[in-house]
Design a protein around this ligand. Structure first.
Ligand code: HSE
Length: 308
C-alpha cells in the first residue's frame, strides 16, 4: 500500500464528569486525510483545506509530529506526503487536533503494514495532542481511533476500555463560532479539588459507566454532571447556562461542555429528542451576533475509516 485516504470523526471528550478519561466519536463532521509514501525520508504537508491557521510545517502540525514519531520508531522506512481537508474547526471542542493526530496514527500504521497495537497507536497520537496543548490526553484520540464510547481507566500504563452503551443514545452538538484553545482552557482549571467535589465527580463517573452498561437512562442522566471543569470553563461560552437549561427543558438527559469548548453537547434518548434539543439550543442564539453550527448524531460505532 503506497497511499491511503481516511475519514476521521469529530469526538466529544470528557462527557461531563470524565475529564481526560472518556469520549466518543460522532458521525459528522470529520476530517479527510491523505497519506502518500515518498521514497526520500521527508515528511511534507502539501495541502490543508478548510482551516487557515493550521501550520504546514510538519514539526508544528500534529499529523506531522505523530507521523515522524512512528516512522522514526520504525527506522524511517519511507517519507510521507500529507493532505488534509479539515471538516473540524480548530479550537472547537470537538477534537480537531485529536482528529489530525488519530488520523495520522491510524493511516501511518496501515502504510507500515499494521505493526502497532491500539494502545501504541493511542500513545503515538497523544504526542500530537501534547505538541499542541501541552497535555498528554487521550480522550479525543482514543475514541477517534477505536470508535464507540471509550474509557481510559489509566495513563501509566495506558489502559483502554470500549464501553457498551444503549443504541438509542443520541448526541446534539451546538458549536458557537468562537475559538477556545485547549491549552488556555486547561490553564484556568483549579489544580486542587476539595474532597467533596472529588467524591461527587468520581461518583458521577462510576454512575455514568454503570448507567451506560445497564442502559439505565435515569442513572445516565443524574451522572452527566461536571463539578470540576464546567463551573470554570462555562464562563468562556456565551449563554452556556441558558443553552444547558433549554437543552434539559427540551428533554436531554444531560448537557455539558464538549472537550474544552466552546462546543456544548447534550445526550438524549432517541434521535427525535436530540433534534428537539438542537432546535432549543439554536433558539438561544437566534438573536446573537455570534454564528453557530449544530449537529445531531448517534455515537459512532467506528472511528477512523478508509475512504480509498
Ligand atoms: N480532556 C481535554 C480537556 C479535552 O478537557 O482539556 C480537550 O479536547
Amino acid at each position: 500500500m503506497d497511499e491511503i485516504k481516511v475519514f476521521v470523526p469529530a469526538t466529544v471528550s470528557n462527557v461531563a464528569c470524565g475529564f481526560d478519561i472518556m469520549g466518543f466519536p460522532i458521525e459528522d463532521p470529520g476530517d479527510i486525510m491523505i497519506f502518500r509514501k515518498r521514497e526520500d525520508k521527508e515528511i511534507v504537508i502539501t495541502r490543508i483545506e478548510g482551516a487557515v491557521d493550521i501550520p504546514k510545517d510538519p514539526v508544528r502540525n500534529v499529523a506531522g509530529v505523530v507521523s515522524r514519531a512512528m516512522l522514526e520508531d520504525q527506522g524511517m522506512p519511507f517519507g510521507l506526503e500529507i493532505e488534509m481537508e479539515k471538516g473540524i474547526k480548530p479550537g472547537s471542542g470537538i477534537g480537531s487536533s485529536g482528529a489530525g493526530s488519530a488520523g495520522a496514527a491510524w493511516a501511518v500504521n496501515q502504510l507500515l503494514g499494521n505493526v502497532y497495537s491500539d494502545e501504541e497507536l493511542v500513545s503515538f497520537a497523544m504526542l500530537g495532542e501534547e505538541s499542541i496543548s501541552g497535555a498528554r490526553h487521550a480522550d479525543n484520540v482514543a475514541p477517534a481511533l477505536l470508535g464507540g464510547f471509550v474509557l481510559i481507566p489509566g495513563y501509566d500504563p495506558l489502559r483502554l476500555v470500549r464501553l457498551q452503551y444503549p443504541a438509542d443514545l443520541y448526541c446534539t452538538i451546538f458549536h458557537p463560532q468562537i475559538e477556545i484553545r485547549t491549552r488556555d482552557a486547561r490553564e484556568i482549571l483549579r489544580k486542587e479539588l476539595p474532597l467533596q467535589d472529588a467524591v461527587r465527580q468520581w461518583g458521577n463517573v462510576a454512575g455514568l459507566v454503570a448507567g451506560l452498561m445497564q442502559e439505565d437512562y435515569g442513572l445516565i442522566s443524574s451522572s452527566l454532571e461536571d463539578v470540576v471543569a464546567e463551573p470554570v470553563r462555562s464562563l468562556l461560552i456565551p449563554s452556556f447556562d441558558e443553552l444547558k437549561q433549554q437543552a434539559l427543558a427540551a428533554g436531554a438527559l444531560g448537557c455539558s461542555i464538549s472537550g474544552s469548548g466552546p462546543a456544548v453537547f447534550a445526550l438524549s434518548r432517541g434521535r427525535e429528542t436530540a433534534g428537539k434539543v438542537r432546535k432549543a439550543m439554536e433558539k438561544v442564539y437566534q438573536d446573537k451576533e455570534i454564528g453557530w453550527k449544530s449537529y445531531v448524531s448517534a455515537i459512532a460505532e467506528e472511528g477512523v475509516k478508509i475512504l480509498s
